[in-house]
Design a binder for this molecule. Structure first.
Ligand SMILES: NC(=O)c1ccc[n+]([C@@H]2O[C@H](COP(=O)([O-])OP(=O)(O)OC[C@H]3O[C@@H](n4cnc5c(N)ncnc54)[C@H](O)[C@@H]3O)[C@@H](O)[C@H]2O)c1
Length: 262
């Protein structure tokens, strides 16, 4: 057996795309991937937002660029993929992190809400995965990390929402559950090209540290007794992107303080 090097967790010289990278979880993923040495291509629907998120990394010595992408729009996706080819010539990692939210429970969701979420979370996920995987197939390597959710694995606990202004949302279970099936399908189809595909399923995130009534109930149900915060999910993202995960594909990995264990 050869010795193990911690360099296996490094992403030096790798080109990593993070969709929706200016958001809550996405900005943490981008910062961590850049800290591991990657050049991070941060996408947002607005070019200025993407550039601003990239600046947050470059001003602290990391490598990042911001590019506009609306994954609901096939033209935007093909322009984006062409820009990736022109500017970097390769893509080592795709983090499918973008999400569109609309509607509520079964009777608080309209057909328009359903179409709007599907356009981004289902059709858009398919379009961006297809375009970037085509580049990875040519280079015979790559890692796709789909950011799912515990709610793709299990149902929301409806009792936690009682007496709070927060509502469980029907589209989310459908889209995140479908993402897990899609992850497994892509792992099978793309494995022979040296492309790994995994689904990282975070738990609920509290960006402020100020617990709402829902957060308090959620934390009490969680084995680690708190919501996710800071870089709780970033390490798993870097791992799945890195050569340390060379034999990991088709996996569904919860990072949820133990939520799905009970
Ligand atoms: N926040 C949580 O508590 C939580 C919990 C579990 C899983 N997640 C998952 O983590 C991921 C990030 O969630 P978040 O809470 O950080 O979301 P967020 O709303 O902060 O960020 C989502 C990003 O997606 C982008 N986006 C929306 N529509 C788009 C489109 N058409 N094309 C391209 N980009 C688009 C938005 O611009 C935004 O930057 C999602 O996949 C979400 O399901 C979040």
């Amino acid at each position: 057996m050869t010795s193990f090097s911690m360099d296996a967790f490094r992403l030096d010289d790798q080109v990593v795309v993070v969709t929706g990278g200016a958001g809550i979880y996405g900005s943490g993923f981008c910062a961590a991937l850049a800290a591991a040495g990657a050049t991070v291509v941060i996408t947002s629907r607005r070019q200025e937002t993407a550039e601003e998120a990239a600046r947050a990394i470059t001003t602290t010595g990391g490598r990042a660029s911001g590019l506009a992408l609306d994954q609901a729009d096939p033209e935007s996706v093909s322009t984006f993929a062409a820009t990736l080819r022109d500017r970097w010539g390769r893509v080592d990692v795709l983090v499918n992190n973008a999400v569109h939210r609309a509607g509520g429970g079964l009777f608080d969701t309209t057909a328009e809400d359903w179409d709007a979420t599907s356009a981004v979370n289902s059709r858009g996920l398919f379009l961006i995965s297809q375009s970037v995987a085509a580049i990875m197939v040519e280079q015979r390597s790559g890692s796709i990390i789909n950011i799912g959710s515990i709610y793709g694995m299990v149902s929301p606990d409806f009792t936690l929402y009682e007496g709070t202004p927060v509502n469980p949302v029907a589209f989310y279970s459908y889209d995140k559950g479908g993402m897990i099936g899609f992850t497994r399908f892509l792992a099978g189809e793309l494995g022979p090209y040296g492309i790994r595909v995994n689904c990282l399923c975070p738990g609920g995130y509290n960006p402020t540290g100020e617990p709402s009534a829902f957060d308090t109930a959620y934390a009490a149900r969680t084995p680690l007794q708190r919501m996710a915060t800071g870089h709780d999910a970033s390490g798993a993202c870097v791992f799945l992107a890195s050569p340390a995960a060379a034999y990991v594909t088709g996996a569904v990995i919860p990072v949820d303080g133990g939520w799905t264990s009970r």
